[in-house]
Design a protein around this ligand. Structure first.
Ligand SMILES: CC(C)(COP(=O)(O)OP(=O)(O)OC[C@H]1O[C@@H](n2cnc3c(N)ncnc32)[C@H](O)[C@@H]1OP(=O)(O)O)[C@@H](O)C(=O)NCCC(=O)NCCS
Length: 165
């Protein structure tokens, strides 16, 4: 079932209670509030997807570089996952990448995060590299590390496949 919402808007400091509530439930290794505060202060692209009462349903944070957009965080309220909001957020990332003149969109993802991997592959992103022991992880009940898969795609290709041209 599709979820009704009011679309994406810029993330504000006043959203961070709601964002952190989702972040802590969405990840085993969550970003800290400070990570979001720093991202906003640094002028990263940060947007929230809200319902018609302005309650946060999901969000993304991305860093615009020289001709590229690096997606750093994308999350959906766990109770609202698997209803197309992840896809809607990715379209927001793609639009932001376009507005920033980025030629390339890229991100890192854990190989164990099958849901995110499937979403990105379906969206048209491809694995291009692997960073060894990039993420903190629990391995057999102990603190360890997990690789990151680097995925990317030209913005133009994604825009075409999403019918944005
Ligand atoms: C990864 C994440 C952002 C995806 O968000 P999402 O809202 O669940 O994504 P979507 O709903 O667009 O797509 C996910 C699945 O739901 C399915 N789906 C989408 N719309 C649907 C609908 N209306 N009805 C039924 N299923 C639907 C998709 O086909 C997809 O299925 P699949 O996993 O079997 O391939 C979300 O799972 C999340 O926040 N995870 C925790 C944080 C995280 O891992 N972020 C990524 C870090 S790299």
């Amino acid at each position: 079932m599709q979820v009704v919402n009011a679309g994406l808007r810029e993330m504000r400091v006043s959203d961070l209670d709601a964002v952190m509530d989702i972040e802590r439930r969405a990840y085993e290794f969550a970003w800290s509030r400070g990570n979001f505060v720093d991202s906003l202060a640094a002028g990263y692209v940060a947007q929230v997807l809200c319902d018609e009462q302005d309650a946060v349903q999901g969000y993304f944070v991305a860093m615009a570089g020289v001709e590229e957009m690096h997606l750093l965080n994308i999350s959906v309220e766990p109770r609202l996952q698997r209803r197309g909001l992840g896809l809607q957020l990715l379209d927001g990332v793609l639009l932001s990448a376009t507005l920033h003149g980025a030629a390339l969109l890229w991100l890192e993802v854990r190989p164990s995060n099958q849901r995110a991997l499937r979403l990105y592959e379906r969206y048209g992103l491809h694995a291009v590299a692997r960073r060894r022991a990039y993420y903190p992880a629990m391995v057999d009940g102990r603190a360890g590390r997990e690789d990151a898969i680097v995925m990317s795609s030209p913005v133009e290709t994604l825009r075409r496949s999403r019918g944005m041209d």
